[in-house]
Write a protein that binds this ligand. Structure first.
Ligand code: FNR
Length: 358
């Protein structure tokens, strides 16, 4: 294959990715009081050395209580910016684009790190705190009730996303991704199975999407001509009566009008009784439908594990670019290998070039 599109630039309004392979945000649960450490620099930096088009940093919380665990990254205070600047500068130095996912876990917060059991802490335990959500229902019956956010607390939350975005800009991130997927706070508002409010933030579709639209607008105010605004969405709750593809398509059309440049299409996470038919590329049909109906730059993610599979998705016009999570953990430099699989010659980091099979 002479010029596989996987290795052609992804051209955005303000900058381009050198290829269409992007590192998915992946929590490392290795922050200290929300501050990034050398782990994050080395972890994210390795993908930039490996020629990823963009590296999106894990869910980074806009407030302490928005963390999934006490080890999550945060961007709620200015002191956190310094280490992030080091990370973005390194990623940039390798010709990759640095992205950050701004998040709030809502009712799924206050849990133990996955490798220590993932259980939710009560608000009074050492590593726990009171969770918040659109309503009080916990994610799982064994967990603790959330506090339903008041209108004034929602207003404060929107400002926290804006302040976090402002810090992200100062830190040098060029992709600002809003985490509106996987059953975290914004998705909790979108999903009729979780959002049982009867005020202007609950009920109809227009009310359930309102928080995301407010956050989108507030973030837009602080972006400059250097950034691109992305949103990660779950296209369905995989549960009867839940958020679904039809609503997601309507939402993406509105987001596009509001200046969101890219959507990153995932699924699930809102309710414990979800039934997900997990198989290779199982979320790609959602990206395909959204791309076709909304005419927006769309990323596909989920069990994409080979160059051929990724290139096929682009050839079928099911997505504009590919986002990979676990495959990057297994093979941090897979962009080099996949280029060889597809017969493309790409630049390697000079320090590694002697390992290139010509
Ligand atoms: C994830 N995932 C994830 N998603 C997200 O939007 N924000 C996050 O911070 C995380 N954190 C995270 C940590 C780890 C260790 C894994 C494995 C996954 C989900 C991830 O970004 C991706 O969507 C899924 O893993 C599916 O893609 P893959 O892994 O099949 O390519």
């Amino acid at each position: 294959m002479a010029n596989p599109s996987l290795y052609s630039p992804l051209v955005l309004k303000n900058f381009s990715l050198k290829n269409r392979i992007v590192v998915s945000p992946m929590c490392q649960y290795s922050a200290e009081q929300g501050f990034a450490t050398d782990w994050h620099l080395v972890h994210l930096g390795q993908f930039a050395i490996g020629a990823a088009g963009a590296v999106i940093q894990e869910a980074t919380s806009v407030s302490p209580e928005g963390r999934i665990t006490y080890g999550d990254l945060g961007i709620w205070e200015d002191g956190q910016i310094e280490k992030y600047r080091q990370i973005t500068e390194f990623i940039k130095s390798q010709g990759s684009i640095a992205g950050i996912q701004l998040a709030h876990a809502g009712r799924k917060a206050s849990t133990e790190k996955p490798w220590l059991g993932r259980k939710q802490f009560s608000p009074t335990e050492e590593h726990g705190w009171q969770t918040v959500g659109p309503a009080t229902l916990p994610y799982h019956e064994d967990e603790f009730p959330a506090k339903a956010l008041s209108i004034s607390e929602i207003e404060t939350l929107v400002l926290k996303f804006k302040d976090a975005a402002q810090r992200a800009v100062q830190a040098g991130y060029q992709i600002i991704e809003i985490h509106a997927a996987h059953g975290y706070l914004i998705h909790q508002f979108l999903s009729p199975l979780v959002n049982t409010r009867i005020d202007e933030y609950g009920g109809d579709f227009e009310n359930r999407i309102w928080l995301l639209l407010e956050i989108t607008a507030s973030i837009q105010e602080v972006l400059t001509s250097e950034q691109s605004l992305w949103v990660r969405l779950s296209a369905t709750d995989w549960a009867e009566g839940g958020w679904d593809l039809e609503e997601c398509i309507e939402l993406v059309k509105i987001l596009k009008d509001k200046g969101v440049e890219v959507v990153d299409i995932s699924s699930g996470g809102a309710v414990h009784h979800q039934q997900i038919p997990v198989e290779a590329g199982y979320q790609v049909p959602f990206a395909d439908a959204i791309r076709e109906q909304c005419h927006i730059i769309t990323g596909a993610v989920g069990l994409i594990t080979s160059a051929k599979q990724a290139q096929d998705i682009l050839d079928r016009a099911a997505a504009d670019f590919i986002i990979l999570g676990r495959e990057f953990l297994r093979h941090p430099h897979l962009v080099y290998d996949w280029a060889q699989d597809l017969g493309v010659d790409i630049d390697w980091a000079a320090q590694y070039a002697r390992a290139k099979i010509e």
